[in-house]
Structure formats: structure tokens, C-alpha cells
Design a protein around this ligand. Structure first.
Ligand SMILES: Cc1cc2nc3c(=O)[nH]c(=O)nc-3n(C[C@H](O)[C@H](O)[C@H](O)COP(=O)(O)OP(=O)(O)OC[C@H]3O[C@@H](n4cnc5c(N)ncnc54)[C@H](O)[C@@H]3O)c2cc1C
Length: 303
């Protein structure tokens, strides 16, 4: 695989920045990172652009990032596939009259061009697209391993003007639902089969005992009144790469599994022996999550 000259990563979260810098390193000789906030790291990047967003949301920097990209002329803009990343990429694509490649699952460089793959038609087909010029891409940070490296010695400050016509009133932290799973080594997946707030509490108790994060399928997150998070894993949600994924009451449809199929080991608990998840997991328990999980929790608690 050939390499590009210069890739510019855009990330609002520290974990995502580290992973996308790792990905960009495999694609380009020179890597820059556009970030905001004092606690962000630009380690392993050749150059860091620190946005002066103090007190403003990341998306307020969209115009400043458009100007920066025009000056820097990277061959690839690799943005985190998040609300912030997609918004910035939308502004960049409009300014440069380029089609952004959103939500890609694989990026390669062939003959100096960016070639990206993404799942379409609900995960039943793979679309391959090649960019003829500079490429603007969003990808889940979970696709890549974070790369450690020397602290970046070239950090440049980028001024950000508050956007006109919109007044940012403030932000407040949402009670932790452990939704950012990109750095979790173990993830317990909540499917519709978990079925109730009591079932979810049993999942969370189990996850606490084994030190896991908790994620969900799309219907569990979007349609189940007992689920308290909004993000979900899968083709239209997050891609994760934990060492262990434990699917609880998850049927195992392809649209969910594409988000976890890079996990090291997949375990499943499902009361239907014919559920597709049993074709995709390494170890399975046929049983009711409401009985199996409390028992597992008690055993791990004693261990
Ligand atoms: C375009 C498109 C995009 C989509 N994107 C996504 C996506 O990104 N992510 C995603 O997750 N889905 C996505 N979906 C939906 C996907 O197709 C599936 O419908 C979804 O993943 C199923 O979620 P689930 O496993 O929670 O629910 P279900 O399919 O309803 O499965 C529930 C499972 O729980 C089991 N169960 C029931 N009770 C118990 C119990 N007491 N104990 C143990 N097991 C029990 C059942 O046997 C069943 O297998 C998408 C669909 C489309 C069409």
C-alpha cells in the first residue's frame, strides 16, 4: 500500500484522537491533529492545531477548520464519526465542493488515491469508493488502535470566532451511562431481550463486577423505554473493538454484528437456541438473561 503525504485528523475526544492518529499514521507520512481543549493529546502527531474554542462547543470551530484545511491542503481529512465530526466534515465538503465519505469501515491508499469501503443496504453489501483528489472521510475511532508516541513538539493555536446568529448557552454533563465504548476492553451488549429496567440493572451489575462498559443494539437504545442511553453499536452507530463482547438478549442481526465483529472474543446469552448470534459467537449460553446474569455476577463477585 502506498502512502499519502499528509493526513489531518479531526477529533473532539481524547480517545478518538489517539486512535485516529494511529490510523492516519498507517496512511500518511505526515499526520496533523486538529483538537480543542487542554486535556487533549497530540502525541504521535507531527503537528497539532489547538482550536481556541474556550467555552464554545467543538462544532463552533467549523469555519476555522475550513480555513485551516484550505491552508494546510492535506491529502486526507480523517474526522471522528460523531455528531461533531460529521458537522465539520459537512462544512468542509460544502466549502471544497467535495463529496465526503461518511461512516467508512476501511480506508486504504492505492496508487496515491484514498480508497474507502463502507457498508450499504443495511450491511448486506460493501461499497468501494475512490477519491480523485483530497479525501474527506469520517470513520469510527474504534476501527484503529491508539498509537502512543512522543508528545507533539509543534502545537499551533487556531483562533475560533463564535458563529454568528447562534448563542451557545452552556453545557451540562449527562449522568454517566458509560456510552463511550471506544477504549473499553470488555463490553456487555444490551439487546431487546434484556426486556426491562430490572434486566438492565442486572446487566449493569454484571458489567461492574467484570469491569466492562455497557452498549446496546439500536432497537434497545431507540425503542426501549427502560434503556437509559442513546448511542448504539452497529452499522449506523458505533464500531467497537474490545477484547471481549458479551451480547445479552441480542439476536445477532448483521446490522449489529458489523459493529462488534472486530472483538477478540464474542460471548452470547440468548434464550432462543436458533438466534443468529449463536452462529457468530465463540461461546454461547442458551438461557434467560434474567437468570443467567445474576448467577454470573454472583460467581464473579466471589472470585
Ligand atoms: C438500515 C438499518 C440499519 C440498522 N442499524 C443498526 C445498528 O446500527 N445497530 C443495531 O443494533 N441494529 C441496527 N439495525 C436493526 C437490526 O436489523 C436488528 O433489528 C437489531 O440489531 C436487533 O436488535 P436486538 O437484537 O436488540 O432485538 P431483537 O432482534 O428483537 O432480538 C432480541 C433477542 O433477545 C432474545 N431474548 C428475548 N428474551 C430473552 C431473555 N429473557 N433472555 C435471553 N434472550 C432473550 C430473543 O431470542 C432475540 O434473539 C438496523 C436495521 C436497518 C434496517
Amino acid at each position: 500500500m502506498s502512502q499519502l503525504n499528509y493526513a489531518l485528523v479531526i477529533a473532539a475526544r481524547r480517545d478518538a484522537a489517539a486512535a485516529l492518529i494511529g490510523g492516519a499514521r498507517s496512511l500518511a507520512h505526515r499526520v496533523g491533529i486538529v483538537f480543542a481543549g487542554e486535556d487533549m493529546l497530540a502525541d504521535a502527531a507531527d503537528v497539532g492545531f489547538r482550536l481556541g474554542t474556550a467555552g464554545l462547543p467543538f462544532s463552533a470551530a467549523a469555519s476555522a477548520i475550513v480555513r485551516l484545511v484550505a491552508e494546510e491542503q492535506p491529502d486526507l481529512v480523517l474526522a471522528e464519526d460523531s455528531a461533531d465530526g460529521r458537522l465539520v466534515v459537512g462544512a468542509l465538503a460544502a466549502a471544497t465542493r467535495t463529496n465526503p465519505l461518511a461512516g467508512v469501515s476501511q480506508i486504504a491508499v492505492e496508487d496515491g488515491r484514498v480508497v474507502a469501503k463502507r457498508l450499504v443496504y443495511g450491511g448486506s453489501a460493501i461499497q468501494t469508493v475512490a477519491a480523485d483528489g483530497p479525501a474527506i472521510v469520517t470513520a469510527s475511532a474504534g476501527l484503529y488502535e491508539a498509537r502512543s508516541g512522543a508528545p507533539c513538539g509543534d502545537i499551533r493555536d487556531v483562533a475560533v470566532e463564535p458563529p454568528e446568529g447562534v448563542k451557545f448557552l452552556g453545557r451540562s454533563a449527562k449522568a454517566g451511562t458509560g456510552e463511550d465504548l471506544s477504549s473499553e476492553k470488555i463490553v456487555v451488549g444490551v439487546g431487546r431481550g434484556v426486556g426491562s429496567a430490572a434486566g438492565l440493572a442486572a446487566v449493569r451489575a454484571f458489567a461492574t463486577v467484570i469491569g466492562a462498559g455497557v452498549g446496546a443494539t439500536r432497537p434497545a437504545a431507540e425503542e426501549s423505554p427502560w434503556y437509559d442511553g442513546r448511542r448504539y453499536i452497529g452499522i449506523s452507530g458505533d464500531t467497537i473493538k474490545p477484547n471481549i463482547y458479551i451480547a445479552c438478549g441480542v439476536s445477532g442481526q448483521v446490522q449489529h454484528m458489523v459493529g462488534v465483529n472486530q472483538a477478540g472474543l464474542i460471548f452470547a446469552v440468548n434464550n432462543d437456541a436458533k438466534a443468529p448470534i449463536f452462529q457468530d459467537c465463540d461461546y454461547g449460553i442458551i438461557g434467560d438473561v434474567n437468570r443467567v446474569l445474576p448467577e454470573l455476577t454472583a460467581r464473579f463477585d466471589r472470585a
